[in-house]
Design a protein around this ligand. Structure first.
Ligand SMILES: [Zn+2]
Length: 490
């Protein structure tokens, strides 16, 4: 246990140890919920053994080989009991997606890649209405659109291609972005989200200025890098080099998102670049999702002229979700000109590359979840079913680490609350899942992207049971906000 958890445990209320011993034996600790006899796995301590877990209120109070008494006792025999999964890259923040995430074992899902356009409005909208924990970065894309006089609001995350995405900013506009981002951090944003590929007008200097602001506020930058593919200039290698360079010269912490789709064939080299930066002492981390298709809005700047050459694909690499329609040039032109943010799948990667990325020890799992792509519903169970069980390319403990502890550690720069997450330890938050590792599996496909995963027998969020015996319990919204620590606000 780390010292912070120990202090929390000592400070925790004695409420849990009230007059609960109903059989008359004196003073046996009496918990709200006991998970009895499960295979408890904690990726930080390495614990992997049969234990009983006692929950009081919203915390894990006891992990023991001794039997524990509780108001509610859940038989966890034959189940693996782990920290709930933490998804640092979840765009869809509606109730239906929250439900899908819960079935996938996710107890915290944060919009970190891009960030919502208005953090205060987002936190208000979600308060008391979210099944799982939530939070967001401050959005550079939204700050840029505001600076250009064309603000947008949820559910838009990035503006359609236009002056606010494609034109260089003036010195005054860059200053305005900094003012916006500072205000969003003060409202509780957990860092700065930069989808640089969606704002290609952003100069290298503008990027450095945003990193400098992040360093000054001591928060990380999450970034979808400027470009992908092998055509120079503008390769994946150049794009990853840009953000690692910005981190090095400013001192900002950096998470490079979806290294699988940003680097594709060069993912091994991009991961070597990240490893090299870390070896030189930089705080650079990386995530990926386990699917070969990307997904984005067809009128975004990502589809500015030259995209086919960069990706080395044709129009037929694009597929409409649900219907499976593959696009032609004529159909692409029609959809690209539509002002509505129509989403499209891009088949641009290979299974071999994705499998290798997922197995890399540097890579944490994050879904990039959006409605219409199976990754919204299936990412985390797919890791357990395909990569642990079928391929055997990572161990169960490695998978749990990639999906709970690693994202929690990434978040700790922004919020102390994250030090109580991603761990199955006394004093940690009671965000807990219990599943059968032999049967848990994703079911969502490109044609049926909203099929929930199966096999999560119990999902507990902040001490409230959300899923029991594989069924979602109605009208429960135990999700809480993760926000920037008060001492980092101004
Ligand atoms: Zn992205």
């Amino acid at each position: 246990m780390n010292s912070r958890l120990l202090l929390l445990l000592l400070a925790l209320t004695p409420v849990a140890f009230g007059d609960g011993a109903s059989d008359g034996t004196a003073a046996a600790p009496y918990y709200d919920i006991v998970l009895a006899g499960g295979r408890v796995m904690d990726p930080e301590s390495g614990l992997d053994a049969v234990r009983n877990v006692g929950i009081a209120g919203d915390r894990i109070m006891r992990i023991s080989t001794e039997p524990l008494a509780g108001k509610q006792v859940i038989d966890a025999a034959r189940l693996v009991v782990t920290p709930g999964f933490i998804d640092l890259h979840q765009h869809a923040q509606d109730a239906a997606s929250g439900r899908l995430k819960a079935f996938d074992g996710v107890t915290t899902a944060l919009e970190m890649e891009i960030g919502v356009p208005d953090v205060a409005a987002f936190l208000t909208r979600k308060s008391g209405r979210s099944q799982i924990n939530y939070g967001s970065t401050a959005s550079h894309a939204a700050a840029r659109s505001r600076a250009f006089g064309t603000p947008f609001s949820e559910p838009v995350l990035v503006a359609p291609a236009g002056p606010a995405t494609d034109n260089p900013a003036t010195a005054q506009q860059i200053h305005d972005m900094e003012v916006s981002l500072n205000a969003e951090l003060n409202a509780g944003a957990l860092g700065i989200g930069m989808g640089i590929q969606y704002t290609p007008g952003a100069s290298r200097l503008e990027v450095i200025r945003m990193f400098r602001l992040a360093a000054a506020r001591d928060v990380p930058v999450f970034t979808h890098v400027r470009s992908f593919g092998r055509v120079e200039p503008g390769s994946s290698i150049e794009a990853v080099g840009e953000v690692i360079g910005a981190a090095a010269m400013t001192g900002a912490s950096l998470q490079v998102v979806h290294i699988n789709s940003s680097c594709m064939a060069d993912a091994p080299e991009c991961l070597s670049m990240v490893a090299g930066a870390r070896a030189r002492g930089l705080d650079v981390t990386v995530e990926a999702y386990p699917y070969i298709a990307g997904f984005t809005t067809i009128n975004s700047a990502l589809f500015n002229p030259g995209w086919r050459e960069k990706l080395g694909v044709g129009y037929d690499a694009l597929q409409m979700p649900d219907t499976g329609e593959r696009l032609t040039q004529q159909r692409f032109d029609q959809l690209h000109a539509d002002p509505a943010p129509i989403e499209v799948l891009i088949f641009m990667n290979t299974q071999e590359r994705v499998d290798a990325v997922i197995a890399n020890p540097l890579v944490m799992i994050a879904s990039d979840g959006e409605d219409g792509h199976p990754r919204n519903a299936g990412t985390f169970s797919r890791i357990l079913a395909r990569h642990v069980r079928e391929l055997g390319s990572i161990t169960l403990m490695d998978a749990i680490r990639k999906m709970s502890l690693m994202p929690a550690v990434r978040l700790q720069k922004s919020t102390h609350a994250a030090s109580r997450k991603g761990r199955l330890q006394e004093g940690a938050d009671a965000d807990i899942i219990a599943f059968d590792p032999r049967s848990v599996t994703d079911r969502a496909t490109y044609q049926s992207p909203r099929l929930p995963s199966v096999g999560m027998q119990y999902v507990i969020v902040n001490g409230t049971v959300l899923i029991a015996r594989g069924k979602l319990l109605a009208d429960r919204y135990p999700g809480r906000a993760l926000e920037l620590d008060p001492e980092k606000r101004r």
